[in-house]
Design a protein around this ligand. Sequence first.
Ligand code: ZN
Length: 191
Amino acid sequence: MPVTELTGFNGPKRTKLGEGYFVTWRVTWHSSEEWVARMLFRVLKFRPGEGISPPEGPKAHPPTPTAGRDEEYFWEGVRRGELRIQRCGSCGELRHPPGPLCPTCRSTERTHVAASGEGVVFSYVVHHHPPVPGRETPFAVAVVELPEGVRIVGNVVDCRPDDVWIGMPLRVTFRRADDGPVRPMWAPRES
Ligand code: ZN
């Protein structure tokens, strides 16, 4: 069993999120009598809603995903209404998120396939706080398992966050969040 010690309690401090306290604790793992690993963990405990508000207005939308050379094929697919999965050009293994190297055979050759667009909730969270520009809270974010064998993270839409469940069948849908780019999201589907 790890040993947890409270090692710091500082505040109240004024932060952008609101007034709060920095709480620090140290966790130590032992093997017999000897300690083998330590972790220092610090969090800000604050009262929500008292800090500086996020920017409002028509320009406010969730952060834009990056589209470098490794991801460009994915966003090109989104613009065409296609959910693309990266595929190794040598061994054929599918992978997501995209990357420059196959984790199995180390090949840098890569191509992609179009997914069926179906998936099921593997895991999910309901986001209540902090506020996200251009989004109304609460909203659900799921790890979606695709029948092709990879998992992808996305928002669940067209249902209340309380109605999301693990194993829930979903279908991809391409939506624009305010004036932000179109992105893949997930809606309930009849199984
Ligand atoms: Zn490979």
